[in-house]
Design a protein around this ligand. Structure first.
Ligand SMILES: CC(=O)N[C@@H](CCC[C@H](N)C(=O)O)C(=O)O
Length: 370
């Protein structure tokens, strides 16, 4: 099985696709699923996602397991023989491993009927614009509504054979952040005749850090990260426009609104002081990942019968639209150690593939215990 899992992971790694464009990924997953014993399986498609129900022999409850399926707009730099064939796109957040583990667990359930009904959700667009919320709102789960739900995320900093989780808050509340600046361009030698948006945007980035440092309660946590900054055309011309792209993260769902309010106030001030126009768009927003205490305890108990080691997790500023599923259905998310020298969203992320079989073991341990 280990070699099969590695081959599946490599196949999926070659074809990363962005949110709601996962056509090849969906076709690959579907072909694999249709080749499994079909006796207890029911398959539904939702946009570029797939939902599979395995009917249990007792079926007194329904357990859902969710994997995300999209890649990121990152150019891979691993140099691996199976690196991304989609230039500019990469599975840099481990969703290739997440999908493979889901297929591994589904294969076991299709071959050896579980006691309970199990739903496998292959969900698009986790990295953006978010697939979990529209999937929940679509009603596709209505007749298969789960009693509980769980998911995993790879953890590059944890050793292989380790899983980690905690009761309560695991991941942050998030909001994307897109800020457009419009001033007046002109000759580099005549700044007084222009309104320079390189200066405005770069000062804006620096000043935003003061919102976290000075406007939020120091006992709360928040992050404002600008991951992309675009402006100008040539070295000797003052830029008329600038665009910032980033994300806001907070531990408290209400703190997101406070951070946004201060960003807007700062923008109003900049419109006056830099004589420019500023437009703000918050893109997609994710609700925190909040784990059910009882389910985490059952998971820990189930791991006792496996070769995996459990480590208590700290809350993280990562975001996950799985939070919207946990808002409606009790459950949990856990980290799976993959021991990569490069972290999530890095162009050289290189998870240890030995982690795949540990992932399947952890998922099946919970399914068979719950
Ligand atoms: C686990 C992980 O890395 N998730 C992403 C979720 C992205 C949310 C959204 N696009 C944003 O940037 O706010 C993350 O970046 O944490």
């Amino acid at each position: 099985m280990e070699d099969t899992l590695i081959n599946i992971r490599r196949d999926l790694h070659r074809i990363p696709e962005l949110g709601f464009q996962e056509e090849k990924t969906q076709a690959y997953l579907l072909e694999y699923i249709r080749n499994l014993p079909q006796e207890h399986l029911n398959i539904k498609l939702w946009r570029t996602g797939i939902i599979v129900k395995v009917t249990g022999s007792i079926g007194s409850k329904t357990i859902a397991y969710r994997t995300d399926i999209d890649g990121l707009p990152i150019t891979e730099a691993t140099g691996l023989p199976y690196e991304s064939e989609h230039k500019g796109h990469m599975h840099a957040c481990g969703h290739d491993l997440h999908m493979t583990i889901a297929l591994g667990a589904l294969t076991a359930c299709a071959k050896d009927q579980p006691d309970q009904h199990i739903i496998f959700i292959f969900q698009p667009a986790e990295e953006g614009p978010g697939g979990a919320l529209p999937l929940m709102q679509s009603g596709i789960l209505k007749e298969w509504w789960p009693d509980e739900i769980f998911a995993l995320h790879i953890a590059p900093e944890l050793p292989v054979g380790t899983v980690s989780s905690r009761a309560g808050l695991l991941f942050a509340n998030t909001s994307e952040l897109f800020i457009d600046f419009k001033g007046k361009g002109g000759h580099a030698a005549y700044p007084h005749l222009t309104r320079d948006m390189v200066v405005a945007a770069s000062t804006f980035v620096t000043n935003m850090q003061g919102i976290v440092a000075r406007n939020l309660d120091p006992l709360q946590s928040a992050v404002i990260t600008i991951g992309k900054m675009e402006s100008g055309f040539v070295q000797n011309t003052i830029a008329e426009t600038a665009r910032l792209e980033g994300t806001i993260r907070t531990m408290d769902p209400d703190a997101i609104a406070l951070v946004k309010q201060h960003i807007e106030q700062q923008a109003s001030g900049f419109e006056i002081s830099h004589d420019c126009e500023i437009n703000i768009d918050y893109g997609s927003n994710y609700y925190q990942v909040f784990n059910d205490r009882d389910k985490v305890e059952v998971f820990q108990g189930a791991l006792g019968k496996t070769s995996l080691t459990f480590k208590e997790a700290a809350p993280a500023m990562t975001g996950e639209d799985f939070g919207y599923m946990l808002k409606e259905i009790p459950g949990f998310m856990f980290w799976l150690g993959v021991d990569s020298p490069y972290g999530l969203h890095h162009s050289k992320l290189q998870p240890d593939e030995q982690a795949l079989s540990y992932g399947v073991e952890a998922v099946l341990a919970y399914i068979n215990q719950a």
